[in-house]
Design a protein around this ligand. Structure first.
Ligand SMILES: Cc1ncc(COP(=O)(O)O)c(C=O)c1O
Length: 427
């Protein structure tokens, strides 16, 4: 039963099995943070770990830390720690570089062994980096053909000429989620391979790349994993594909014998060959600390609470007197949705600015989306209640102002998503 009052939300928080995790985060008193899908909140354990690495390791052990404090192993050590969150095994995940660079590393390595297949298929409206990286590579390797199509045309575009498909599991704008296993199976049925961008999935919902035989994946660690601003990305290569995948960005730390400083490159065995250069140790320390909050937490329980928070958010928004000016762009069915919600509103930019001034931090995505991330480890049901009341007040202000100016309602189709929406327009 969904809470229907502020008191019921407080009661729901009291019996929430994840409620105690909030204490592990450092959150300002006067903020309701609904942007953890973009930059996760600071964990106390990240703070402690960065301080320890700086003071006790860098400050005392100095250069000896590369081996004695395991600095050199950070990419694979943290890779093994996040592997269970995506259904991978130890030795299949590496934390390194940024998501954009990791994507280039995977796609370029696959392109090296392309045979006769030339098509790189992706979705129009995918996160820009995913499109740009593919097109950039196609400039370097003109035999490659980037085919970017709307979601409805993807199945047909994936054919026997397809080398690789690159898709984002949970869409950054709408939160619309692919059936990962079904799409992977479809791609395999034509003999192609797939890279999943899991930036908006990891840490928010269960993913099983092992079970669905996913080939490759990349993603961010600064969103639901709370790794910190600019935290390194991760890449996954299924074990049986590792030996044949030769890196193009063949940096010295991806060599099998980096400290022999040889002239000829020999890729390291396994996932380590996808390392490039020196790891940014302090960024790894923050992520290492942040990952402690996932110890002993079952991702299924995160997912359950994420759905409850999101469903409550939608129901409360739709109960607002001003509800007609807001239109849910994310799927209503939680099975087809990630852990954020987007609503179209004619004055979304100004509304979000006012929300942020009042401590309700979400984000605005042009031209007209209000986006709210629901992060179960530190968000309470009462936060959802309060945030929606404030949203109602701010929308009400826009609504009245527009009405004064002679606003009229107009039906239309949301430009980016194709969803049917009603827009408020001033004459
Ligand atoms: C879906 C998706 N892919 C890739 C990226 C790019 O990540 P980075 O800037 O760390 O390379 C982002 C960043 O927000 C993203 O949301």
């Amino acid at each position: 039963m969904q809470p229907r009052s502020r008191a019921e939300c407080i009661e729901r928080d009291r019996v929430d099995s994840l409620a105690a995790h909030r204490e592990q985060f450092r959150l300002p008193e006067d903020v309701i943070y609904l942007d953890g899908n973009s930059l996760g909140a600071l964990t106390r354990s990240a703070e402690r770990q960065v301080a320890a690495v700086m003071q006790e390791q860098w400050g005392v052990d100095l250069i000896r830390s590369w081996s004695e404090n395991g600095w050199l192993d950070y990419p694979s050590r943290l890779g093994d720690r996040i592997a269970p969150l995506i259904g991978a095994s130890p030795g299949e995940v590496l934390v390194c570089d940024s998501t954009s660079i990791d994507l280039f590393k995977i796609v370029s390595a696959v392109a090296l062994q392309r045979g006769k297949r030339r098509k790189l298929v992706t979705e129009l409206g995918n996160f820009p980096t995913d499109l740009y990286v593919l097109r950039g590579l196609a400039r370097l390797v003109p035999e490659l053909d980037v085919v970017a199509v709307p979601r409805e045309e993807l199945s047909a575009a994936i054919d026997h000429e397809t080398l690789l498909v690159v898709l984002t599991h949970v869409h950054y704008r709408t939160a619309e989620m692919y059936d990962l296993a079904a799409m992977t199976a479809h791609v395999h049925s034509v003999g192609a391979r797939i890279v999943w961008d899991l930036s908006h999935s990891i840490g928010a919902l269960p993913i099983d790349l092992g079970l669905s035989e996913g080939d490759f994946a990349v993603g961010c660690t600064y969103k639901y994993l709370n790794g910190g601003p600019g935290a390194p990305g991760f890449l996954y290569v299924r074990r049986d594909l590792q030996a044949a995948l030769q890196p193009v960005l063949s940096g010295w730390l991806g060599d099998a014998r980096p400290f022999d400083f040889l002239d000829d490159y020999l890729p390291a065995p396994g996932i380590d060959r996808h390392r490039c250069g020196t790891p940014p140790v302090l960024a790894y320390a923050a992520l290492e600390g942040a990952l402690n909050v996932f110890d002993g937490v079952d991702v299924e329980s995160i997912r359950r609470k994420s759905i409850e928070l999101s469903d409550l958010f939608i129901a409360l928004v739709e109960d607002l007197p001003q509800a007609e000016s807001l239109h849910l762009v994310s799927p209503r069915d939680p099975a087809r949705r990630g852990s954020h919600l987007s609503f179209a509103h004619a004055d979304a930019g100004a509304v979000m600015q006012r929300l942020i001034k009042r401590g309700v931090i979400g984000d605005f995505r042009a031209p007209d989306l209000l986006r709210f991330g629901l992060t179960p480890l530190y968000l309470r049901f009462v936060d959802v209640w309060d945030a929606v009341q404030i949203l109602g007040e701010e929308i009400g202000r826009t609504f009245i102002d527009k009405n004064k100016l002679g606003a009229r309602h107009e039906e239309g189709t949301h430009r980016q998503t194709g969803f049917h929406v009603g827009l408020v327009r001033t004459d």
